[in-house]
Design a protein around this ligand. Structure first.
Ligand SMILES: C[S@@+](CC[C@H](N)C(=O)[O-])C[C@H]1O[C@@H](n2cnc3c(N)ncnc32)[C@H](O)[C@@H]1O
Length: 280
């Protein structure tokens, strides 16, 4: 954790459509949104049962709710699946600049699969910016070359090249294994994303000490990524059990600062509906 930066982590057990209005306008450096994909998953609510135009309308609603919160140089990542990504990307391009489509290859093992079409083994991540002046720190996410590759690039034209020393741009195909039941990182959530993916987004697209917002927090992966890299965080999760799990994941170590729990008396659905964790 970085010293000297005042950080806090605000977790709300609340519908983001209700809670987002309480965040300050122009206060957020980075949005990482992993909404229900519209594929019928059971999140203990009916949030994943939208399809077609209803799904696009839902995407428009949350986009319009987060847009005023963004700083002028802010960015937004959205996780989607191929079933809706085309329509949602078209929609978001009317309001933001699209910088990349990142393909998350979940590294699904080859085991038979569908007999009527090709097995789908990736998620589609849209990377958007509010302006061409967006914050982006490529050096923080470069992938180091291994010794053999470095040696193979030892011809004089490569010597002293910054990219050879610092590593390469991770590109737009991210091969990171999904989390298996036995994985020590695994929490009680059906679509938990690997920390490795989300940390990369935070490091590249939020300045140290900046603010990350996750409207659909789930198990709290974005909160953990923000906290462990010295960024502040605000996030919403509608399911009280997932919220409690997320809050538990971001508990600070005993010597890392103070932890305060504040109840939200309007809607108490879990032991704590709002958790604020601050650390210097
Ligand atoms: C795809 S999951 C997020 C997973 C998360 N990225 C992780 O790594 O654990 C989407 C989550 O959004 C929550 N959700 C759905 N509608 C919501 C809403 N309107 N406000 C807040 N949370 C919502 C669901 O309960 C679910 O946990």
């Amino acid at each position: 954790m970085r010293r000297g930066l005042r950080m806090n982590c605000r977790l709300y057990n609340e519908d983001c459509f209700e809670g987002l209005s309480r965040l300050g306008d122009g206060s957020v450096d980075l949005v990482i949104a992993d909404p229900p994909y519209g594929l019928g998953k059971d999140y203990g609510n009916d949030s994943d049962h939208l399809s077609g135009t209803a799904y696009v309308d839902f995407s428009r609603r949350w986009l319009e709710a987060v847009l005023p919160k963004l700083k002028p140089d802010a960015s937004l990542y959205v996780f989607l699946s191929w079933q809706n990504s085309l329509e949602v990307f078209c929609l978001f391009k009317t309001r933001l600049i699209m910088l990349n489509e990142i393909i998350w290859d979940r590294r699904v093992p080859s085991m038979g699969g569908s007999t009527r079409r090709y097995s789908s083994v990736h998620d589609n991540i849209g990377f958007f910016a509010r302006s061409r002046n967006h914050y982006f720190d490529i050096d923080s996410v470069r992938v180091p070359y291994d010794a053999a590759t470095k040696k193979a690039r030892s011809r004089s034209i490569f010597v002293g090249k910054k990219w050879l020393e610092l590593g390469y741009n991770p590109k737009d195909l991210w091969s990171v294994s999904r989390l298996h039941r036995q994985d020590p990182e695994r929490a009680e959530h059906p679509t938990q994303k690997p920390l490795e993916l989300v940390r990369r987004m935070v490091l590249a697209s939020c300045p140290p000490g900046g603010v990350v917002l996750d409207p659909f927090m789930g198990s709290g992966t974005t909160a953990v990524a923000a906290q462990s890299t010295g960024r502040s965080f605000a996030g919403f999760e509608i399911n009280p059990e997932y919220f409690a799990g997320a809050a538990a994941r971001v508990q600070p170590p005993a010597d890392a600062g103070q932890a305060t729990v504040a109840g939200n008396t309007r809607r108490r659905r879990a032991p704590a509906t709002e958790r604020l964790i601050a650390a210097d």
